[in-house]
Design a binder for this molecule. Structure first.
Ligand code: NDP
Ligand code: MG
Length: 354
């Protein structure tokens, strides 16, 4: 397979599953963590390696190294593997997703930004999501009439914070996630609830029109629930690890244990909370977005600009949400094709960066 974003949190877990199931790695691609990449090269012996910057090429211990997105895209297109795992973070993962699908490959997609920004123009039948909630929904689906699909949120780093303190929260504060260990950006997205909004849109593109909602489950042991028309509700329980969704997405033979089952006696009790707009202002536009999911492109671009500003200490934590809400009201002309998506993304970034 081809692994994009191999040095990240999902990439590392993917390679562990690859080792466990003896899946050969044809291409390893990452950004600039060359030290880890070199270790991965030793273990997985890829045929080709791609990194972000030319300057780092001399430090990579491999005789077939390329740099930059253009090279990356042609390597994805030409790869012999039928599976591409896309674990890049952010909008930069979109082109690789599109090229992988165009060249007839199946995509195990962790890069949810691809679907959030461009879901309307992506053939989702070629995609297996690597996201615990969508894996949970998929696991629960059966041939019965559905009323609602529900995913859970942890509530992120600030779920118990005094609301008055939120504006002064630092980058380091955002990273203290109660249940999951993930990359920096998704951990910020988790604190703002943008991640859950993205996941609702992701679900909408993957599972089609329908009723979707999210609630907080503080222990992250339930990942998804389905309300069926008959009045039954089923829930998917699993310990908080991405290895199970990854293993399924890689089509591994699932005849051995990936995780220990949840021990409900040890868990004792579960707590559910409503997602409230005072703590998570982006939740205000949830229904509007689900009605017009194509607007995800705006939310994604604004979020990426706002996060960069937050990291650079140009704005406070709560301004990430206000920038998103403002962009949602400002950019109302929706893309009609993939080229429009890239053009709108660029326009939003330009406007908001000033
Ligand atoms: P990380 O930040 O841990 O990893 C991101 C990967 O992308 C790294 O390999 C990094 O390379 C690479 N990368 C970043 N910038 C560039 C660039 N400019 N050019 C090339 N490569 C780049 O992220 P996660 O693994 O946490 O998340 C990846 C995706 O999966 C995200 O879309 C996230 O929302 C989604 N996801 C993550 C989950 C998790 O548990 N972590 C759960 C569900 C979804 P390097 O480090 O070498 O610079
Ligand atoms: Mg998730």
């Amino acid at each position: 397979m081809v692994v994009l974003g191999s040095t990240g949190s999902i990439g590392i877990n993917t390679l562990e599953i690859a080792k466990k199931f003896n899946i050969a790695v044809e291409v390893l691609a990452c950004g600039s963590n060359i030290k880890l990449l070199n270790e991965q090269i030793q273990t997985h012996k890829p045929k080709v390696v791609v990194i972000a910057n030319k300057e780092d090429m001399k430090d990579v211990n491999h005789n077939n190294v390329y740099a930059g997105q253009e090279n990356l895209l042609s390597i994805i297109a030409d790869a012999k593997s039928s599976l591409v795992v896309n674990a890049y973070v952010g909008f930069l993962g979109l082109r690789p997703t599109l090229v992988a699908i165009e060249s007839g490959k199946r995509v195990a997609l962790a890069n949810k930004e691809s679907l959030v920004a461009c879901g309307a123009f992506i053939d989702t039948s070629k995609i297996q999501p690597i996201d615990s909630e969508h894996f949970g929904l998929w696991y629960l689906l059966q041939e019965r009439p559905i009323e609602k699909m529900i995913i859970t949120a942890s509530g992120g780093a600030f779920r118990d914070w005094d609301l008055k303190k939120l504006q002064n929260a630092t980058l380091a504060d955002t990273q203290k996630h109660p249940n999951w260990s993930m990359g920096q950006k998704i951990t910020i997205d988790s604190a703002t609830m943008v991640n859950k909004m993205f996941e609702l849109l992701e679900a909408r593109w993957l599972f089609g029109e329908g009723s979707y909602d999210a609630i907080i489950e503080t222990k992250s042991l339930i990942h998804a629930m389905i309300d069926f028309k008959d009045g039954s509700t089923t829930a998917h329980f699993a310990n908080a690890s991405m290895q199970l969704p990854i293993a399924y997405a890689l089509d591994a033979k699932m005849d051995e244990k990936i995780l220990n089952n949840v021990n409900l006696l040890k868990v004792g009790s579960l707590e559910f909370r409503e997602i409230k707009t005072d703590r998570y202002p982006v939740w205000e536009i949830r229904e509007e977005l689900l009605k017009n999911p194509i607007a995800g492109i705006v939310i994604n671009a604004a979020n990426e600009v706002a996060i960069e500003k937050f990291i650079n200490k140009e704005i406070g934590f709560m301004e990430i949400s206000s920038m998103i809400l403002k962009a949602h009201n400002t950019f109302t002309t929706m893309p009609k094709n993939v080229d429009d998506v890239f053009a709108l993304d660029e326009e939003i970034r330009k406007c908001l960066s000033n």
